[in-house]
Design a protein around this ligand. Structure first.
Ligand SMILES: [Zn+2]
Length: 240
């Protein structure tokens, strides 16, 4: 089987689609992953050892792990960032655009090329090849393409990390995006051949390493109407 990223014939590793560090808080006492679905007619998912499949060769797995390590430090602490909170909006500066963007792209791409049923709603079409080439080249591309909105999920007083949801396609402000929930965040990743443009691009990660995260209650998440309204509100938020 060829590696999905470099296309070379190689022994493939059992790769995580959603990086392992994001599962750390999700395993129960029997080390099974609690996977919930917001689609009411579907039962909760339980999978052994996370969602993995033979996808990448060793070299490509290591390439992605560098960006995953950086993202892990950003999300769990360990890199120096400037953080400023205004109400429910958290402005973050001093991010490494290249590494954090490539991390986001790698999750989107892996979900798109995965054959696991859990990721069946992520259909990237021609964007799968465009993303593969960016990842292979280590090129984060333009901040205007494949941008990602991040929502920090609060649950009562704390941060809500114990939830992963089946990714789905959503339409936000006229753009197609794929919604992922893992690691305590809702990630809305835009997939379009057109630039994101203002005001949406004020919240996605900029080339200068700025990003805005909107905090919201995990219990409100199913309401995509309010989700969309909040996005518009976020787009009008004062810029960084
Ligand atoms: Zn490879």
């Amino acid at each position: 089987m060829p590696c999905a990223l470099c296309l070379q014939e190689a022994e493939l590793r059992r790769s995580h689609v959603i990086p392992e560090f994001l599962y750390e808080t999700l395993y129960d006492e029997k080390h099974r992953l609690q996977v919930l679905s917001i689609i009411p007619e579907q039962a909760n998912w339980r999978e052994q050892k996370g969602l993995r499949e033979r996808l990448l060769c060793d070299a490509c797995e290591q390439k992605l792990s560098v960006w995953e390590r950086y993202a892990s430090l950003v999300l769990k602490g360990g890199v120096s960032l400037t953080v400023r909170q205004e109400g429910n909006i958290v402005h973050i500066s001093d991010l490494d655009y290249r590494q954090f963007k490539l991390f986001q792209l790698s999750v989107l791409w892996r979900a798109g090329v995965s054959s696991l049923q859990f990721f069946e709603n992520v259909q990237l079409g021609k964007h799968a090849e465009a993303l593969r080439q960016l990842l292979l080249a280590g090129d984060p591309g333009s901040p205007e393409r494949y941008g990602c909105f991040m929502f920090g999920l609060k649950h009562e007083a704390g941060v809500f990390t114990g939830l992963i949801m089946q990714p789905g396609k959503v339409r936000l402000s006229g753009h197609i995006a794929y919604r992922f929930v893992f690691g305590g965040f809702l990630w809305a990743m835009f997939v379009s051949s057109h630039d994101l443009g203002a005001p949406l691009n004020q919240c996605t990660l900029s080339a200068a390493g700025n990003m805005a995260i909107l905090l919201r209650n995990a219990t409100d998440m199913e309401n995509l109407v309010s989700f969309s309204a909040e996005l518009d509100q976020m787009g009008r938020a004062p810029s960084r």
